[in-house]
Design a protein around this ligand. Structure first.
Ligand SMILES: O=C(CO)[C@@H](O)[C@H](O)COP(=O)(O)O
Length: 227
């Protein structure tokens, strides 16, 4: 079993998205950050653009919705064929209903927690999820520093997932690099979103392989991959 690397296209060249997607064809999925300038103070892209990305991407789509009206829009991203759709629990009026709607439309369902949102109150929801995302920066922008204060939350989430017997991925997003992935992996994360550490390098494919090897070799649960 291997950890997964999901490059964030927030750090890609938005004018050349098809080319940028081809550069990460060895990734496990592409992380698509949808921001509405309400839930977070930044604006990226919406349904029509994500739909085109879905058509040309060589890897599955991991859609991360940083939007206020998530109950309205999340099912539509599942409908267009995204492999997974992640919503912020802080934005949803009915997270269990929303998780079921996403699953009914054929996508895996993820739930994200901002840095200030504790995991404890949401452990009952694990059975409804395929992925739990612990944000390791304040959502909104790429290139921020990894928040080490999130490590206890990652450990707590890992213990809860293992104890629940549910098959959930534990994703981290924000500030993941060759310097920080070790700490996140040791704490129990197994899916790593990386924007600048992949795209702000001369060779994104090599950066992905390096991050994957580091993640595997520092995870208590995963084997080392070579290549
Ligand atoms: O969701 C977000 C930011 O809100 C992330 O997906 C960033 O895009 C990650 O970028 P780096 O921190 O890896 O540069």
């Amino acid at each position: 079993m291997s950890c997964a690397i999901h490059p964030s296209i927030l750090s890609a060249d938005f004018v050349n998205l098809e080319t940028e997607l081809a550069r990460i064809s060895n990734a496990d999925a592409v992380h698509v950050d949808v921001m509405d300038n309400h839930f977070v103070p930044n604006l990226t892209l919406g349904l029509p653009v994500v739909s085109r990305i879905q058509q040309v991407s060589p890897v599955p789509l991991d859609v991360h919705l940083m939007i206020s009206e998530v109950d309205r829009w999340a099912p539509e991203y599942a409908e267009l064929g995204a492999a997974s759709v992640t919503f912020h629990v802080e934005a949803s009026a009915a997270p269990i209903r929303l998780a079921r709607e996403i699953r009914q439309r054929g996508a895996k369902v993820g739930m994200a927690l901002r840095p200030a949102t504790p995991v404890g109150p949401y452990l009952d929801l694990l059975a409804e999820l395929d992925l739990l995302l612990v944000m390791t920066v304040e959502p909104g922008f790429g290139g921020q520093a990894f928040l080490d204060v999130m490590l206890p939350k990652i450990r707590r989430a890992r213990a809860a997932i293992d104890g629940s017997g549910a098959q959930l991925s534990l994703q981290v997003d924000g500030g993941i690099s060759a310097d920080t992935i070790q700490r996140a992996a040791e704490a129990g994360a197994d899916v790593f979103v990386a924007g600048s550490a992949v795209y702000n390098t001369p060779d994104p494919a090599t950066a992905i392989t390096q991050l994957r090897n580091l993640g595997n070799s520092h995870s208590p649960r995963l084997g080392e991959e070579v290549g």
